[in-house]
Design a protein around this ligand. Structure first.
Ligand code: SAM
Length: 338
């Protein structure tokens, strides 16, 4: 049991402390289940069934839940994700609403349309952005994402930098035999462009259920490959999922999200809201807590708070990837909100 440190949320009435003493300050909101890419480690090539629009939370509903979580429950950072969040119409309007709250507001995107929307998002109050980029090789990029968009994604990263979204981070899911030979190239790209690359261990959240442990490239192996070319030293770990390392020559830093080989569940301070308003306390949860039902049946803020606290109260100690008791969640990453 961790001794809960609620000092920074002592000004809120009901901090979200779970039964293991973890204090929750970070909210991921999936604004849509739709995506304009079909990354092989996430979605099938075709046959996705999208949520009907009426089932997706409106901006007003999202604003109400977010406001309550911030003002009453001590959420301090919000990340918008999906699906692909930039395919949601009028995204800057939502960003504007959420930016009025005292939170660190960020976005995770595939970057393909950032050239046209980065400035609007920044003007609306977005602070920073994570862009997914798994290969610098045009043909491989098409194989991985099933879309010919590498040029636009690289340009989107430049647009985010120009718009002042800082820091820009680049997410790379590393899959053995697919793109693990590009780890050093992607690290070099991050150093050259001044963006922070974060390598993510492949998790069993692909729609095709093809994940195998042998495809996971561990944090240790990723670091070994990078530091053979660009020597690194560890930076003290905070609450974020990435373990961070700085280049000894002073040219920035790199991170690894070792969800499989070095799970960070003990420090997890995250909750997730799916596009259809289901609250989840873990990516791998098998249970959803229905906030949309509470909202749309005329529930009060107290009713919402009760549902939120029930979700956090039921949070488990950690996921159990690679253990016999592990059960894959029914939904894939794009349906939960990564
Ligand atoms: N469409 C946006 C994007 O491309 O970043 C946001 C949603 S995407 C589901 C969020 C993150 O989840 C991306 O960085 C993606 O690479 C990552 N992701 C998806 N499936 C994954 C898996 N099976 N294992 C690890 N990361 C995964």
């Amino acid at each position: 049991m961790i001794v809960p440190d609620v000092s920074d949320v002592s000004d809120v009435p009901r901090p979200l402390v779970d039964s293991f003493g973890r204090v929750h300050r970070d909210l991921r909101i999936s604004v849509t289940d739709r995506c304009n890419f079909r990354c092989t480690y996430c979605m099938p090539a075709e046959g996705m069934t999208w949520l009907p629009r009426s089932e997706v939370l409106t901006f007003e509903e999202l604003d109400r839940i977010a406001r309550l979580l911030v003002e009453r429950h001590g959420i301090r950072s919000i990340r918008l994700t999906g699906g692909e969040p930039t395919v949601r119409a009028h995204l800057p309007v939502l960003v504007g609403k959420l930016a009025a709250l005292p939170v660190d507001l960020a976005l995770t995107t595939n970057g393909a349309t950032l050239r046209s929307c980065a400035a609007d998002l920044a003007a609306a109050g977005l602070r920073r952005v994570n862009v997914s980029l798994d290969s610098l090789q045009p043909e491989r990029f098409v194989e991985l994402t099933r879309r010919d968009e590498l040029v636009n994604v690289l340009d989107g990263i430049d647009a985010a930098l120009e718009a002042g979204l800082a820091p820009v981070k680049v997410n790379v899911v590393v899959v053995r035999g697919v793109n693990d030979d590009e780890v050093v190239d992607l690290a070099r790209y991050g150093r050259d462009r001044g963006v922070r690359v974060r390598f993510i261990e492949f998790m069993p959240l692909d729609a095709g259920e093809a994940w195998r442990n042998e495809q996971v490239v561990s944090q240790a192996e990723i670091l070994e490959r990078i530091s053979a070319v660009f020597p690194l030293e560890a930076i003290t770990r905070g609450h974020e999922p990435a373990e961070r390392f700085r280049y000894l020559d002073g040219r920035g830093e790199v991170g690894v999200i070792p969800s499989v080989t070095r799970p960070f569940c003990e420090q997890c301070d995250r909750i997730r809201l799916t596009a259809e308003g289901q609250l989840r306390s873990c990516l791998f949860s098998l249970e959803d807590h229905d906030l949309r039902g509470v909202l749309r049946s005329g529930g009060t803020d107290d009713d919402l708070s009760d549902a939120i606290e029930a979700c956090v109260g039921a949070k488990w100690a950690g996921h159990a990837i690679n253990q016999v008791q592990f059960v894959r969640p029914r939904r894939s990453m794009s349906q939960i909100g990564g």
